[in-house]
Design a protein around this ligand. Sequence first.
Ligand SMILES: [Zn+2]
Length: 97
Amino acid sequence: MSLLDQIAHLLNENTEKWFDTYAGRKFPIAYRQNETGPVVCPYCGREHHHGTADGHRSSHCPTSSHGRRLNLEGEIVTPADGYLVLTRLKGTRKLGK
Ligand SMILES: [Zn+2]
């Protein structure tokens, strides 16, 4: 990988969007590296595990985090609203054996 490619890669990683619109509402995005890995929760910062499909999910935050809220450019969401699970590297982990 050339230096320019590396810089482009880094810029791309650092400009990942952190929320998206789903069903007409905004939700934060919980990224994971592959389908079986944990997401880093945008609400509580902990790792949560979900099924292999991406999409809107309930957050698995401890109740101590339930007062938290995020401001998604004017739209307020809380752990009760959940988030969008998004896998960065699809197909990198073989499922089943
Ligand atoms: Zn959480």
